[in-house]
Write a protein that binds this ligand. Sequence first.
Ligand code: ADP
Ligand code: MG
Length: 337
Amino acid sequence: MTDKRTELADLGEFKLIEQLTKSFQNKQPETLLGIGDDAAVLDTGNQQCQVVSTDLLVEGVHFDLTYMPLKHLGYKAVAVNVSDICAMNATPKQITVSIAVSNRFSVEALEELYAGIQTACAAYEADLIGGDTTSSQSGLLISITAIGVGRQEQITYRSGAKEYDLLVVSGDLGGAYMGLQVLEREKEVFKTNPNIQPDLDGHDYILQRQLKPEARLDVVRYLKELGVKPTSMIDVSDGLASEILHLCKASNVGCHLYDEKIPIDAKTSMVAIDFNLDPSMCALNGGEDYELLFTIDQKDVELIQSNPNFSIIGHMTNAADGTYFIDKSGSAIGLLS
Ligand code: ADP
Ligand code: MG
C-alpha cells in the first residue's frame, strides 16, 4: 500500500478488474482460460472442458425488492449465471448459491427466494450443490457460481471473431431496460401517493423481460443442431454497444453495426417512445436482455438467416477501421460503451 489514493470512479469496473488482477499468472495446465471471458475454461481431459462463472447481486444495486418479487429474484439470479455458461457455448450442470441476509428477512421470505432458484434449476437442468449462508448489516446479497461443460472444440470465446464475420444476436433487445423504466416510474408514483395502484397494464412483455429473463440455453441447442459454431460469443448483460466492444477488443477486429437491423420488439419501441427515448439507444445502452451476441463465418450465413431466433446486425472489419454504428440515414458514428 502506498499513500496514493485513486478513486474507484477514475478507473471504472473493467479497468479496476485489470488493475487488481494483472500480476496474477495461471500455473495450472488445466486452466485454459482464466479471467477475461464470460466464464473460465478448465480442461477436464478427454477433450472435455468445465466452464465456471460467478456473479454477485446486491440489494439496492442490482435489484429493488419494492417491485422485484423474491421468487423472481431467485430465478433471475440463476438465469444470469446460466447465461454466462451459454455465452461459452456450454451446457450448465451445477450451481452454488451463497447468501448474506439481514434480520429484515423472514424464513418464509427466503423460502420464496429458494422457490425461484429451484424453478430455475429445473428449467436449466442444473443441480444446486452447495453455497454459504451468513448475516449482513445491509439487506440481501446473493452470489451464484455456475458450472457447465462442453467439448473443447465447441467452447466459444470472446476472442475468435475475424474480419468479414457476420455479427448476430438472438431474440430482441431493449425490453428489459424499458421494463425497468416502467417499474421505476410506478415506484415514484407510489412513493408520492401510496393509494394509487401501479399502472402496469399492457406491459407484460417488457416486465417479464426485466423480472424473469431467460438464459438462451435454447440458442446453444439450436446452434448445435444447425452445426454452426460461432467464431466468438458473449451474452448481452450490459447493453449491445458495450458487448460488441468487448468482442472487438478481445478479437482485435473492428465492426459495422447497422441501426436498422437491431431487433426491437414493437412493445419495447412503443414504451421507449412514450418515455421520449430512442428505441435503438435503449438496445445499445440498456442491458439485462441476456440474449446471445455472436459472430459467424460467412459460410454459415444461410443457416442463421433462415432461423427466426436470429438477426444479423452487422459485420466485423479490420481493427484499424474502427468500431461503428451506422444510423438509419447511413452516417457512421463511433461506437461508445
Ligand atoms: P460478465 O459480465 O460476463 O459476468 P464481468 O464483466 O463481471 O463478466 O467480468 C469480466 C471478467 O473479469 C470475468 O472473467 C470475471 O471472472 C473477471 N472478474 C470480475 N471481477 C473479478 C474480481 N474481483 N477478481 C478476479 N476476477 C474478476
Ligand atoms: Mg457475460
